[in-house]
Design a protein around this ligand. Structure first.
Ligand SMILES: [Zn+2]
Length: 254
């Protein structure tokens, strides 16, 4: 197949997924998901102002936005530009996934990377990590594990993450939340032991630096509650893309 067709297909697939994730973020933040998760996941796209359903042709990722000139065809109110920006960004992440990974793992890693970014955004805004997204992450991680069949390393990664996050959860009130433990466990399972160590180091170091900066410049106290999901996501993606190289550098020092 012509390579440009593969890229186009990847972009459209990525953009459609981005559309789903963006809608999920909006419906989670505005409380629709808390009220009725099934409805929030299945309710057709509609204009946030006049509540009219959006015609299927306008739902084509990216192109739909430009066909409607970014406005509701019924009431004329503008759609958020962030909507199409999220679609375009996910389309490009899908293409980048083809460059960075090989084989059947490509769509899985794409799903898992974009889901982790979605978790980071929601955690940053709401201080919550939705179980639904951690579930998508975990199921995809299990399929990854089936593909490389290194079960032992994946379970070690899971145990390491849970061990590191469960102790502060129990001992320090308001330290890490239950969502952090689940998300960290899913990351550890997906990455396997070695890459998990890389992800953990990056998450803890960047999270600590942010926490210190936040305490010094904003809250003037070390008791500030900061969302940890974004730092786990940063560690996860770095370890997934560059983990093997980073581990090699470690071993060269031994
Ligand atoms: Zn409207």
């Amino acid at each position: 197949m012509d390579i440009s067709i593969i890229y186009l297909f990847a972009f459209l697939f990525g953009a459609s997924w981005g559309s789903f994730l963006y809608t999920f973020i909006i419906r989670y933040i505005n409380g629709m998901y808390a009220k009725n998760p099934f409805r929030a996941l299945t309710y057709p796209s509609h204009c946030l102002y006049c509540k009219q359903k959006i015609k299927p042709v306008y739902l084509i990722p990216v192109f739909g936005y430009f066909l409607t000139k970014g406005r509701c065809s019924v009431c004329g109110k503008p759609f958020s530009f962030l909507y199409v920006a999220a679609e375009i960004a996910c389309g490009f992440v899908a293409i980048a996934s083809i460059f960075f990974f090989k084989g059947a793992i490509v769509p899985l890693y794409f799903i898992i990377i974009t889901t982790s970014i979605c978790i980071a955004i929601i955690d940053f805004i709401t201080m919550e990590i939705p179980n639904f997204l951690v579930g998508i992450f975990f199921v995809t991680g299990i399929i990854v594990c089936f593909l490389d069949s290194q079960w032992f390393a994946h379970i070690q990664g899971l145990l390491l993450m849970v061990a590191v996050f469960i102790v502060p959860l129990i001992l320090v009130k308001g330290g890490f939340g239950g969502g952090d433990v689940k998300f960290a466990g899913a990351i550890g399972f997906t990455l396997g032991l070695h890459e998990t160590i890389v992800a953990l180091e990056i998450a803890l170091v960047t999270g600590a630096l942010y926490g210190i900066g936040y305490a010094v410049f904003k809250s003037k106290t070390l008791k500030a509650h900061i969302p940890f999901g974004p730092f786990l996501t940063l560690g996860f993606i770095t370890a997934l893309v560059f983990g093997k190289d980073i581990i090699q550098i470690y071993f060269s020092f031994l």
